[in-house]
Design a protein around this ligand. Structure first.
Ligand code: ASP
Length: 441
């Protein structure tokens, strides 16, 4: 029998997880059972992916840069990457703002519903936690984000998985390897090449567990939904976000078709395991090893390009998040602060949502923390902030899952575009976990 493709196995795992979660929601003690006995398998899977993310960035970037053989190419690649990232993020925010201004999902929400949501979520741990995190971020000086890129202790940076610090260090090492004689550079280059191969193999092995892990992750998401009535009240807002995200995927497919001349369906089928994991984990950082594996081995992007573009993208390019922030900010204003809905404020939202998506961590619900900063930048009344977040809290997790898919797809798209522009898009050569197994079993 023909083996089922990985993405199908993952989809089956997801559907079964959703069904199982709904069943457990109705059974006495079902939620506790999922929390105690099912969720840990999802956590193990995410831990494994995070475990290999840092060594993978380090190895593939150092190896990639040292392979470029030309420092000016790094400048060209860096510049193109940043310009395309900013360009796609602006498109995403404009799509989001257009939809929310046309559909106006916040208008017509009854005072009774607002009161109900307020009572339920305004002082909930989730909302208070987001507000605290946002105020910590704001206490920092204006150049703190820049200072944070430069580590003072590389082991701490690696240990804390500070992506931008690791990227900076890897670039620094890679450039210095180019600046010393080949004979001296080769041992280290070979070391990182070998480390890169090993970590890529780890991705293949970890992915064998993916269908079971997504079952656990989705069952756990489903048991967290308790008030379907509130979810339905927020349906129009959620639909606006989802439609915006789908349009954004359309933009990526168009770019792929027009610029790389590859078929959109081919692209989607190759990248889909990464998209499905982004959906299940809500974290582009946790998905990064799989995104790298798919982009390099299944889309044919050279390591030199993917090793730089993808880790940078996971941290600074979040089109789904900025699209969501635009819609959420305007939706909240439509409901509780309509006087703030001016054209100037919407322009400020474009600028701050762009910066906020760069500053958002690639972890679950980071976009909501940065939304607070977007709102504050337009002078949103501080006393209304908890109510504002409460309004969108109930649907945040499912929307987070969807926007993370777009974040990951955006990174993969840009890596294809940059690779094509540098002549670094090759014929894909997928590797299987058991390519060398016969020789050692
Ligand atoms: N969960 C998103 C990501 O990891 C960030 C966010 O929008 O909250 O890409």
């Amino acid at each position: 029998m023909k083996k089922l493709a990985l993405h199908w196995k993952i989809i089956i795992g997801m559907i079964l997880g959703i069904i199982f979660g709904f069943i457990m929601n109705t059974v006495d003690g079902g939620r506790d059972f999922v929390t105690d006995w099912i969720k840990p398998f999802g956590t193990i899977f995410i831990n494994l992916l995070k475990l290999i993310a840092v060594p993978l960035i380090l190895a593939s970037l150092i190896k990639g840069v040292s392979d470029l053989k030309d420092i000016s190419k790094i400048k060209t690649m860096g510049l193109r990457t940043i310009i395309i990232y900013v360009g796609t993020t602006l498109i995403a925010i404009i799509i989001g703002l257009s939809i929310v201004n046309i559909v106006k999902p916040g208008e017509g929400m009854s005072a009774e519903t607002i009161e109900k949501i307020k009572l339920k979520y305004e002082s909930s741990d989730g909302v208070v936690d987001k507000l605290n995190k946002a105020s910590n971020q704001q206490d920092a000086g204006p150049l703190q984000a820049l200072v944070d890129i430069f580590p003072s202790n590389i082991f701490k940076a690696l240990g804390d998985a500070k992506m931008l610090q690791v990227i900076f260090f890897a670039l620094f090492v890679g450039i210095c390897l180019l600046l010393i004689p080949d004979k001296k550079a080769n041992p280290l280059v070979h070391f990182f090449d070998s480390l890169n191969e090993v970590v890529m193999k780890m991705v293949d092995l970890i992915m064998l567990f993916a269908p079971y892990a997504v079952f656990a992750l989705l069952a756990n998401v489903i048991i967290a939904f308790d008030d379907i009535e509130i979810l339905l009240k927020l349906l129009m807002y959620a639909v606006c976000v989802v439609v915006g995200l789908i349009l954004m995927i359309g933009v990526y497919l168009l770019l792929i078709k027009v610029y790389t001349k590859k078929s959109p369906l081919w692209f989607l089928s190759r990248i889909s395991p990464a998209q499905l994991l982004a959906f299940s984990t809500s974290s582009s950082a946790a998905t990064l090893p799989v995104t790298m594996e798919r982009v390099e081995e299944h889309l044919g992007v050279d390591k030199e390009v993917s090793g730089f573009v993808l880790p940078v993208g996971a941290t600074v390019n979040m089109d789904g998040t900025s699209l969501y922030q635009g819609i959420a900010a305007v939706f909240i204003m439509q409901v509780i602060w309509p006087e703030g809905l001016t054209f100037t404020n919407q322009l400020v939202i474009i600028a701050t949502a762009l910066l906020a998506s760069i500053g958002s961590a690639a972890v679950p619900s980071a976009g909501m923390v940065m939304l607070v900063i977007v709102l504050e930048s337009i002078g949103f009344p501080a006393e209304l902030l908890p109510i504002g977040l409460a309004l969108i809290f109930a649907v945040d997790r499912p929307l987070d899952m969807c926007r993370t898919v777009v974040n990951v797809t955006g990174d993969a798209t840009v890596s294809m575009l940059v690779a094509k522009s540098l002549g670094k898009l090759n014929k894909p050569k997928p590797k299987n976990w058991d390519d060398n197994y016969d020789a050692v079993k």
